[in-house]
Ligand binder design. Structure first.
Ligand code: ADP
Length: 496
């Protein structure tokens, strides 16, 4: 486990020597002390990224050359998959098989953007047909410059990959600030970049507290682009920081994603996808299926099956075999989720299963998988993100009512619909106001497909070719190609 920051191709101690404790959420033990960067370290990292962009080879390389580095990073991640997954589980709490899935996805993300980097070479220039034949014009794509990534703790390495891979593919240089709760794999990503011989300053990793290192990075005048994933309140601060000097900004924020289950659905399949939607990663997922709308004719049967299956989930230390639900990331997160459940009860909701800390656990930040019913529409439980294994259920009568309830949210990240009637599923998918709509499933995420939200769930899209766009500028190059003089001010010049 590392205790240094990665700046300009070197491991360095934070200028003021600060550290923060790294806690295993399953045992509450302090396993390590990470390096707490401050504004001074951030400044060094941004300067290094600036130099690497303005004077270094990175942005000028061909896409194919950058792709070689990205592929080496993908291989570096894959070669250490088990070890990285274990670090992720110690840091975040998630079960090992989920961590392994994430690390594999992170490697895949680097390979995917390596392909897109190569594609940039194949179509670097787009000719533009102008109505005025005296000019010729073309559009070229260029990297935005120095990009800063501020990422959350729910998918530590994967969220890093979603930003680092496209930024590097585009030719940007980057400063990455992982969440202070989960920074171990980001440091390993730096080690992997170093082993891949990435030129100095292209990727810099500064760990530290959000309001200190994160804010300093968002505020830094030499950063051209901010890419953030996290909560709405911090997203708003990032956008304010960006507004001050017109930085480009992309935000992936919270959600309260609905799942509409029609009466013609296979009940077991519906229960399975709802559980996958809310209990995978302990429900600490921005797109988590946290509002389930079930057509009234199957509501009771659906609820019974959901209660039965939820009761069987094996809770425990993510490192133990067979565990399907680990601890939440921190005591603060556990307390927030437990108080959200208490508030829901006080607001009139009923706990159908779960509702507290699991019996028999005297340490670790565990919360039972919880199903809430009779949740009032105006309650916080129905409207606010809980970010834990807590799902709210409501019956509905008609398709129109389901769509109305599903869309009645300030968020619009994801939504899901289940029905055997394809035409209905497509109709509802079209009517849902969300950036991601799943039909007959919930949560599967693909590197090739765009990811991001409507409304307060964010701005911009990550992943796929859309993710690359985040890190590219478009430049118009226009040439005056006429043999005639322009002749506006100087009417009778003689061509010499
Ligand atoms: P959570 O509340 O679930 O921890 P946050 O949105 O606070 O989620 O955290 C997401 C990321 O934002 C983390 O890397 C965190 O350190 C960072 N962060 C928190 N506060 C700020 C801030 N004021 N400025 C910049 N980054 C911040």
């Amino acid at each position: 486990m590392r205790n240094e920051l990665f700046i300009d191709g070197h491991w360095v101690k934070p200028v003021n020597g600060g550290t923060f404790p790294i806690v295993n959420p399953a045992t509450e033990e302090v396993v390590h002390h990470g390096p707490a960067g401050t504004a001074e370290d951030v400044d060094l990292a941004v300067r290094a990224a600036r130099r690497a962009f303005d004077q270094g080879p990175w942005p000028k390389m061909s896409g194919a050359e950058r792709a070689r580095y990205l592929r080496a990073m993908a291989a570096g991640i894959r070669n250490r998959l088990q070890e990285l997954a274990r670090l992720e589980t110690i840091d975040n709490g998630k079960p090992i098989p989920e961590a392994e899935w994430d690390i594999g996805d992170a490697a895949g993300c680097f390979d995917f953007y390596a392909d897109l980097a190569q594609e940039l070479d194949r179509k670097p220039v787009e000719a533009i047909a102008l109505a005025d034949a005296r000019f010729t014009s073309k559009a070229v794509r260029e990297p935005v410059g120095v990009a800063a990534a501020i990422i959350p703790w729910n998918y530590p390495l994967l969220m890093a990959a979603w930003k680092v891979a496209p930024a590097l593919a585009a030719g940007c240089t980057m400063v990455l600030k992982p969440a202070e709760l989960t920074s171990m794999t980001a440091m390993e990503l730096a080690a992997i970049a170093m082993a891949a011989d990435l030129p100095p300053g292209v990727l810099n990793v500064v760990t530290g507290a959000g309001p200190i290192a994160g804010q300093a990075l968002a505020d830094h005048p030499n950063v051209d682009k901010l890419a953030f994933t996290g909560s709405v309140p911090v997203g708003s601060k990032i956008m304010q920081a960006a507004a001050r000097d017109i930085k480009r900004v992309s935000l992936e924020l919270g959600g309260k994603s609905p799942f509409v289950v029609f009466e013609d659905s296979d009940i077991d399949a519906a229960v399975e996808w709802v559980m996958f939607g809310i209990f995978w990663n302990q429900g600490e997922v921005c797109s988590a299926t946290s509002r389930v709308l079930v057509q009234e004719s199957i509501y009771d049967r659906f609820l019974d099956r959901l209660i039965e299956e939820t009761g069987k989930i094996k809770i425990g230390d993510g490192q133990d075999p067979g565990v399907l639900l680990g601890p939440l990331v921190s005591r603060r997160q556990m307390d927030q989720v437990l108080s959200a459940i208490d508030k829901a009860r006080a607001d009139g909701a009923h706990v159908a299963v779960g509702g507290g800390r699991p019996a028999g656990f005297n340490r670790g930040f565990f919360v039972e998988p919880t199903v809430l019913v009779d949740v009032p529409l105006e309650s916080d439980a129905w409207n606010e993100e809980i970010f834990g294994p807590v799902v709210c259920l409501r019956p509905f009568a008609t398709e129109a009512e389901a769509v109305m309830l599903a869309n009645d949210s300030k968020f619009g990240l994801a939504a899901a619909v289940m029905s055997r009637d394809d035409a209905r599923a497509e109709r509802v998918a079209a009517a849902l106001r969300a950036g991601i709509v799943w039909i007959n499933c919930s949560q599967p995420t693909f590197t090739e497909a765009p990811w991001g939200g409507y409304k307060q769930s964010g701005i911009g899209r990550e992943l796929g070719r859309w993710g690359l766009e985040n890190y590219l500028e478009t430049k118009q190059i226009t040439r005056f190609a006429s043999a005639e003089p322009w002749g506006w001010y100087i009417k009778d010049s003689t061509l010499s």
